[in-house]
Design a protein around this ligand. Structure first.
Ligand SMILES: [Mg+2]
Length: 407
C-alpha cells in the first residue's frame, strides 16, 4: 500500500445485463423489450434481466414466478450457457488484443492494466472507448467501464457507470467518490456485516474510514476489520494477474454470418495467425503447439492441434500450421467461429550481443528466426503508424513462395 499508483490505469470492464443482452442481440424482436433469462420450470430462478425488465423490479436470483407477476408481458427465455460463453470468449479476445494484462473475473467482467499501451493505443480513457466501441460493433453488446488507481475502485466505478457508461476516477478524487457510497459497496460487506456496522452508526464508506481501526476490528473481526479499513481508504495493492502466467495465447472470430467458402475461412485464418503471432512476440514467448478451433452453426465444436519440436512466434508459421489443420476439418456445412491458439509456451531466448551466439539455446528453425525479425519490424511499423499500416496480406503471399516457411 506504499506504492500507490499516480495514474489511473486500471480498467474494470463489465458487460451490461449480459445474458439478456445476448438474447436481444441474437433476436432483434426482443430488442427494447423486457427480457428475462430464467429457469422456466416451477421452481426456476432469474439468471439475468434486461434493463427494460428491471424497470418492473425484476432482478437476478428472484424466483421466476415472482418475476412473471411483476412483469407479465416480459419475454421469458431459458438460459443458453454455451452461447453466452462464446460471446464471452469473443469479448475477452477483444480485451487481450489491447493488452496481455487482462484478468478475467467471470464470464462478463475483467480487469485490465493499460499503463503500458499508452503509446500504442492512447490514454486509459481512449482505450476504454475503443474497447466499448469494438464490443458494440463486433459482439453487439454493451460494456460499462470504470477506470481508477486500484482494482477495487475501478470495479466500483464500472458499477456506478452502468448502464452503458464510462467513469474515470481521477487520482486525488478517489475518496470524494468513495466516501458518500453506502457501506454495502465495500467488497465483502454483506447484510450481516452491514448490520454489525450499523450499530456503530456506520452508513457510508466514509463512516467506515472515520471509525478507529480497533473499533472496526472489535466489531467485525481482525481480518475483515483491516480489509474494510484499507478499502475505505482506497488501499488495494493487488496487481492484475498477467498473461505471462497464462498457458495459452489465442484469438477467435465469430462471424456475422456462417462462412462456407474455404477462401473466406482462410482469410480469417490470416488475421488470426497474424494477431496471435504479434501477441507472442509482444510477450516474448514462443509456442510449440498450435490449435485450430472451429464451431459449426449448431454450436458443435472441434479442435485440431499440431505440436512441433521447434517453437515459434512467427505469424506465417502459425498460419501454415493452421491451414494444415483446417484440411482435417469438414467445412462444407459452414462455420460460425474459427479460433487459433498457441500453447506449450516457452520464453524467447535472450538475444546474444555480437557474433558469438553459438551457445545460445535457440530451438527455432533458421527460417523462423529470420522471419521473426521481419515480423518484429512489421510490429514496430504498426506501433508507429497504426494497425492498418501493414496488412496481413504479406503473409498470404508466402504461400506460393517455395522457400517460405510453409514447407
Ligand atoms: Mg455484468
Amino acid at each position: 500500500m506504499t506504492d500507490a499508483r499516480v495514474d489511473a490505469t486500471i480498467l474494470h470492464l463489465d458487460l451490461d445485463a449480459f445474458f439478456a443482452s445476448v438474447e436481444q442481440h441474437l433476436d432483434p424482436g426482443l430488442r427494447g423489450t423486457p427480457v428475462v433469462v430464467a429457469g422456466l420450470g416451477p421452481r426456476g430462478v432469474v439468471c439475468a434481466a434486461s434493463y427494460e425488465a428491471r424497470r418492473f423490479g425484476v432482478h437476478s436470483a428472484m424466483p421466476t414466478a415472482r418475476a412473471r407477476t411483476l412483469c407479465p408481458d416480459g419475454n421469458f427465455v431459458s438460459p443458453r450457457h454455451d452461447v453466452y460463453s462464446e460471446f464471452s470468449a469473443q469479448v475477452m479476445t477483444i480485451l487481450r488484443d489491447a493488452t496481455p494484462l487482462v484478468e478475467q473475473l467471470s464470464v462478463d467482467e475483467a480487469f485490465l492494466d493499460v499503463a503500458g499501451v499508452r503509446r500504442l493505443l492512447g490514454t486509459p480513457t481512449e482505450v476504454a472507448q475503443q474497447l466499448r466501441a469494438r464490443i458494440r460493433d463486433e459482439a453487439g453488446l454493451v460494456a460499462s467501464v470504470g477506470i481508477a488507481t486500484t482494482k477495487f475502485l475501478a470495479k466500483v466505478a464500472s458499477d456506478l457507470a452502468k448502464p452503458d457508461g464510462l467513469l474515470v476516477v481521477e487520482p486525488g478524487s478517489e475518496l470524494d467518490v468513495l466516501h458518500p457510497l453506502p457501506v454495502r459497496r465495500l467488497w465483502g460487506v454483506g447484510p450481516k456485516t452491514a448490520a454489525k456496522l450499523e450499530r456503530f452508526g456506520v452508513q457510508t464508506v466514509g463512516d467506515v474510514a472515520r471509525l478507529p481501526l480497533d473499533v472496526l476490528v472489535g466489531s467485525v473481526g481482525a481480518a475483515a476489520g483491516r480489509h474494510l479499513h484499507d478499502l475505505s481508504h482506497n488501499l488495494d495493492p493487488r496487481d492484475i494477474v498477467t498473461e505471462r502466467e497464462a498457458k495459452s495465447i489465442g484469438n477467435e472470430e465469430t462471424f456475422a454470418r456462417d462462412l462456407t467458402s474455404r477462401s473466406d475461412i482462410e482469410r480469417e485464418l490470416v488475421r488470426l495467425a497474424d494477431s496471435v503471432g504479434s501477441r507472442l512476440r509482444a510477450s516474448g514467448l514462443l509456442a510449440r503447439t498450435i490449435t485450430l478451433k472451429a464451431r459449426y452453426p449448431d454450436f458443435a465444436t472441434v479442435t485440431r492441434a499440431h505440436t512441433s519440436a521447434a517453437p515459434t512466434d512467427t505469424s506465417s508459421t502459425i498460419l501454415a500450421t493452421a491451414r494444415e489443420l483446417l484440411d482435417q476439418i469438414d467445412v462444407a456445412r459452414g462455420l460460425r467461429l474459427v479460433g487459433v491458439h498457441a500453447s506449450n509456451l516457452v520464453a524467447e531466448p535472450e538475444p546474444v550481443q555480437g557474433a558469438l551466439s553459438f551457445d545460445a539455446v535457440d530451438e527455432r528453425s533458421p527460417v523462423d528466426t529470420r522471419r521473426t525479425r521481419v515480423e518484429h519490424t512489421m510490429d514496430e511499423v504498426r506501433r508507429r503508424f497504426g494497425r492498418d499500416a501493414l496488412r496481413a496480406a504479406t503473409l498470404v503471399d508466402r504461400r506460393d513462395d517455395p522457400g517460405g516457411p510453409t514447407r
